[in-house]
Design a protein around this ligand. Structure first.
Ligand SMILES: Nc1ncnc2c1ncn2[C@@H]1O[C@H](COP(=O)(O)OP(=O)(O)O)[C@@H](O)[C@H]1O
Ligand SMILES: [Mg+2]
Length: 369
């Protein structure tokens, strides 16, 4: 395909069949949210990205409704010239999500030679929020990675698997110079797309047919850490793929997150525990309470929601109670702390009995993957 027009996103170069992102010869400015949406869709080109996944990726911890997404999507479509000459770039599957539908080819930007670790085809996302606690797990698993090439972090949704995996990958990559690539399987619903999702993350041009041989050839024996995130709905397929890659590409290390282990050959499983909360029946002082990661997370996120929030002798018991009753699950603690802008901690604690309704207010689809 002749593709005279191209755009570069990080290390991707995308070739488009028509001129786009320009209007009357002038570059069209896209807002940062709109650009983020475009990047997520383009990274998953050809794959359906659910509305929730898109909102989560673009707005991170903030709660948004679909209306906001639609406003920004319409700006993206306008900039792309969606619909012009009958070309649809972004296809909406009603009630399910969005797909970047234009046939694009991808290549690793700049150089066909194996890129150095910091210019990976799909670089690790940077976690902006501070990681609280977990130092032992992060240090321990980072130390294990050179020996154990296949680590899986398991635990319920919201427990912090992705957060911990990213912290490990950044540290491992920094310490060893190994290139680290991120593959998110959350939007991949078809088992048949799993291998091509990995292939495109690595920078292999995906065509029809089995991408695994090309993927193995591309990887060769170059050291690389593949972070395979959200594998729970594709366990068997990813297990098989993992075994093939580890066998044929001796430089590959895998760091997997999944609610359940893959039960594949060579896999070491680490079940991620809850963030520690003060034991029931104890009434720690503020300094002592802050030593517990669950409380520290609550305080950090509550301050972000309401900068006048402080942990005091009068609210420490309620905060400890909230953390315990939310089972030390970081996502649940973040939701509860976000309410501090709207109500005081005693009210939050009192309303925890209806915890699902409280925590997911305005974001009813938040708890599934
Ligand atoms: N140790 C931690 N410190 C700070 N925030 C955390 C920590 N663990 C998880 N979080 C936050 O909790 C939420 C859920 O974490 P995530 O890693 O996405 O969980 P999982 O991958 O298990 O579903 C995210 O918003 C993340 O930023
Ligand atoms: Mg996750």
């Amino acid at each position: 395909m002749v593709t005279p027009y191209s755009m570069t996103f990080g290390a991707f170069t995308l070739h488009f069949p028509q001129r786009n992102l320009t209007k009357d010869g002038e570059a069209v400015r896209l807002g940062s949210r709109a650009l983020d949406i475009l990047v997520v869709l383009v990274e998953n080109a050809g794959v359906l990205v659910s509305t929730r996944e898109l909102c989560d990726r673009v707005w991170a911890d903030n709660v948004v409704d679909e209306g906001a997404l639609r406003v920004h999507l319409s700006a993206v479509r306008k900039a792309l010239g969606d619909g012009h000459e009958g070309i649809r770039y972004i296809v909406n599957e009603t009630g399910r999500g969005y797909r970047f539908a234009v046939p694009v080819s991808r290549s690793v930007a700049h150089s066909p030679a194996p890129p150095p670790h910091n210019s990976s085809a799909r670089a690790l996302p940077v976690t902006l929020a501070r990681v609280i606690g977990r130092e032992d797990v992060i240090a321990g698993l980072t130390d294990q990675l050179p020996e154990r090439r296949f680590l899986t972090i398991t635990g319920p949704g919201g427990m912090g698997k992705t957060t911990v995996a990213l912290a490990i990958a950044h540290r491992f990559s920094g310490q060893t110079g190994t290139r680290a690539l991120f593959v998110n399987f959350a939007p991949v619903s078809e088992t048949s797309s799993a291998a091509s999702t990995v292939a495109s993350a690595v920078g292999v041009a995906v065509s029809t047919g089995d991408p695994i041989p090309d993927l193995i050839r591309m990887l060769g024996d170059t050291p690389v850490l593949l972070v395979l995130d959200n594998c729970e709905h594709l366990i068997e397929t990813v297990a098989e793929l993992a075994e093939k890659l580890l066998q044929a590409a001796p430089g590959v290390h895998l760091l997997v997150t999944s609610r359940e282990p893959l039960r594949a050959d060579g896999e070491s499983v680490h079940r991620l525990a809850a963030l520690p909360s003060p034991p029931p029946g104890t009434t720690p002082g503020t300094n002592q309470a802050r030593e517990y990661a669950a409380v520290a997370l609550f305080v950090d996120r509550a301050k972000a929601a309401n900068d006048s929030f402080a942990l005091t002798e009068s609210n420490v018991t309620a905060v400890c109670d909230i953390c315990r009753r939310l089972d030390g699950i970081p996502l649940a603690i973040e939701f509860a702390a976000a309410r501090v802008g709207l109500m005081d901690v005693h009210a939050i604690s009192a309303r925890l009995d209806d915890r699902f309704a409280l925590l997911t207010q305005g974001r009813r689809t938040a708890l599934p993957r």
